[in-house]
Design a protein around this ligand. Structure first.
Ligand code: NDP
Ligand code: 8X3
Length: 249
């Protein structure tokens, strides 16, 4: 594969698995995240040309400086995977922390928009490119205590639709993937390092694995140029929607 793919949130979970699967395809990878050590380790592990960018998607200036800093041979990006993001907390509105709300809106929504805006000009100029945003089942249905995390993913969905409309004249593909429960560090982050509580989320069902989502992302990029997968919802078989889950006893 001749493509260059920029992956935000490549240090863990879905982003890391996508980096691994694209590396197997021989893609060139721009690996992004805040944990530099993990980026460097992944770069060493992957048998494909990689460039790393360490930045926080919430830092508007930092995002633009990072993309600007790309050496000329890395400036042409074919696929942007806007994956960085997390849930922070699972609390009813009246008890939830404003800091958690800020973290989710700033990373999942504003951060995704900053990265898109920074990467977009070369796609528009070339009339070529593919943007894939990580939505969620939480952006299709609201669930109890999901409030602002769900709002952030609904915003991702609306922004994705807006991008597809505005970029229509430029031959740029715009997609969203909406997974259900995926066993990653997601719940560990949501529950602020409470690994026991996080493990319980995945203990009683066969959850999606990060590799399952990565497979679907690869498929979306491998469709013929005249085909856009606009939305792809991927659920564990044990999950019917955001709240109906057939858990093992
Ligand atoms: P992980 O916690 O395993 O990975 C999250 C990634 O996002 C990490 O690489 C982290 O990197 C990066 N990240 C988070 N915040 C920032 C930030 N402010 N700046 C830069 N990078 C950031 O979770 P997942 O792999 O599960 O999550 C990836 C995406 O998938 C998220 O958008 C999530 O909402 C979505 N999703 C997850 C589902 C699930 O059940 N797991 C289901 C549906 C969607 P670092 O900390 O190094 O910066
Ligand atoms: C992550 C899946 O159901 O925890 O977006 O919101 S869920």
């Amino acid at each position: 594969m001749e493509k260059t793919i920029l992956i935000t949130g490549a240090t863990s979970g879905i982003g890391k698995a996508t980096a691994e699967i694209f590396a197997q395809q021989g893609a060139r990878l721009i690996l992004c995240g805040r944990r530099e050590e993990r980026l460097k380790t992944l770069q060493k592990e992957l048998d494909t040309p990689c460039h790393t960018l360490c930045f926080d998607v919430r830092d508007r200036q930092g995002v633009f400086s990072a993309i600007e800093s790309l050496p000329s041979e890395w400036k042409t990006i074919d696929v942007l995977l806007n994956n960085a993001g997390n849930a922070h907390g699972l609390d009813p509105v009246e008890k939830a922390s404003l800091d958690d709300w800020d973290a989710m809106i700033d990373s999942n929504v504003k951060g995704l928009m900053y990265v898109t805006k920074a990467v977009l000009p070369q796609m528009v100029e070339r009339k070529k490119g593919h943007i894939i945003n990580l939505g969620s089942i939480a952006g299709i249905e609201v669930y109890p205590k999901g409030n602002v995390y769900c709002a952030s993913k609904y915003a991702v969905d609306a922004f994705t639709q807006g991008l597809r409309i505005d970029l229509n004249p430029y031959n740029i593909r715009v997609s969203a993937i909406h997974p259900g429960l995926v066993e990653t560090e997601f719940s560990e982050v949501r529950f602020k390092g409470d690994t026991q509580r996080a493990a319980q989320v995945y203990a009683t069902l066969d959850a999606l694995q990060a590799e399952d989502v990565a497979d679907a992302i690869l498929y979306m990029t491998q469709c013929p140029p005249h085909v856009t997968v606009a939305d792809l919802t991927l659920l564990p078989t044990a999950q019917a929607n955001a709240t109906i889950i057939n858990r093992k006893e």
